[in-house]
Ligand binder design. Structure first.
Ligand code: ATP
Ligand code: MG
Length: 359
């Protein structure tokens, strides 16, 4: 199967990732239909159709299936039941299995283990007593994370061994839901691999990005990442295994810790285009967004070659206010997401600054 020019791609979710997917689709002569509850959203501003329905409303899902030639999603918390429903009524990529596994930190880690990848050691935590025992095992240190629904560092509490919070209070502050305590990894750096798998099983990966987070939110991605060819090769191999095991179609983002002994630990993966791949729109001919559209449309994957070195910086919260639109010869690409409301910690845009490649 491959889509013809003029076909329609359905996208579940109306945020900035949906917006950039819709823009990439438009340049390829494809229309987009966004499923997102609410009036105004970044993706609907640039798409052909906006279906204003909840993600689990079968009337909305049926409409999406009727209007779309293929359906994808831009966030990993799409209800799995909705994804399965769409698989029965239409074509959905990436497969619902990828959502099911990545939505729970325990099933995700078990899957990664089956892929031969190392993750942080962890204990399941279902109550404050579990938390006491888990902390004891990890010498009083660790990161408590909700198993489900975390993003941008939300739903996490750090135990650094010094001013540790009270375990009972901490557990209920996270909602009293199922959690994991992860061992604190003292990493050399964090990297991510953005890669794609086509309908025919072909695979293509971009160069790794070195990522810096602050308060759990991605601040910058730097490319090249400054890691060895061997570590890059290992990270790409793990990513390829994940995609093949899931019979995946589309773009994925896999986050890694490079440990101090040079070994790799997978932090998590997101079955969608990824913030640490935004630089590809400026430094590659084919961006991660176009690559995802190509993959789910059944087209051949594009080249992942990079023509420049670059630094991508996220623009967060009220940082848009201080943004100066500079006329400068230093090449940079600005992307603003069109969100009507500024909130603390909310991703509002990003800028990618290019420099010539150093050989
Ligand atoms: P997002 O979905 O936005 O990537 P998230 O809320 O799922 O984020 P994680 O990726 O689990 O959160 O963690 C956010 C950041 O916190 C990581 O990128 C890393 O910097 C730090 N972190 C998370 N887990 C660990 C760990 N076990 N050891 C050390 N640092 C960690
Ligand atoms: Mg993460």
């Amino acid at each position: 199967m491959h889509l013809s020019f003029g076909a329609t791609i359905g996208i579940i979710g109306g945020g900035q990732l949906g917006r950039m997917l819709a823009m990439a689709a438009a340049r390829l002569g494809l229309k987009t239909c966004i499923l997102e509850p609410g009036e105004d959203c970044p993706a609907a501003q640039v798409a052909s159709i906006h279906l204003n329905f909840a993600y689990d409303d079968h009337a909305g899902l049926k409409k999406l299936a009727e209007l779309s030639d293929v359906i994808t999603y831009e966030f990993e918390n799409v209800p799995v039941d909705s994804a399965r429903f769409l698989e029965q009524h239409s074509r959905l990529y990436p497969p619902s299995k990828a959502l099911e596994i990545s939505q729970d930190r325990v099933t995700e880690k078990e899957f990664l283990f089956r892929c031969g990848a190392k993750t942080a050691r962890y204990h399941k935590v279902g109550n404050p007593i579990d938390l006491d025992a888990a902390l004891l095992d990890f010498g009083g240190q660790g990161i408590l994370k909700t198993r489900r629904l975390g993003y941008d560092g939300k739903g996490q509490v750090l135990f650094d061994g010094n001013n540790n919070p009270d375990n009972g209070t901490t557990f209920s502050r996270l909602g009293g839901v199922g959690c994991v305590l992860e061992e604190l990894i003292s990493f050399e750096c964090e990297i991510s691999i953005i890669a794609a798998r086509g309908i025919d099983g072909t695979f293509a990966a971009y160069d790794p990005a070195k990522n810096v987070h602050r308060d759990g939110i991605l601040r910058t991605s730097t490319i090249p990442a400054g890691i060895s060819a061997q570590i890059t090769g290992e990270a790409v191999n793990i990513t390829r295994t994940i995609l093949n095991k899931l019979n995946y179609v589309g773009v994925i983002g896999v986050e890694f810790f490079v440990c101090e002994d040079g070994s790799l630990c997978v932090n998590e993966f997101a079955p969608r285009v990824h913030n640490s791949g935004h630089w590809t729109e400026a430094a590659c001919t084919i961006s991660q967004f176009e690559q995802h559209i190509r993959a789910i449309a059944g087209w051949p994957l594009g080249s992942t070659n990079r023509h420049s070195d670059c630094l991508m910086e996220n623009i967060i919260g009220d940082e848009t206010a201080g943004l100066e639109l500079q006329s400068t010869n230093a090449p940079h690409l600005l992307h603003i997401y069109g969100k009507s409301e500024v909130r603390e910690g909310r991703k509002m845009g990003h800028i990618t600054r290019l420099t010539p490649t150093k050989g």
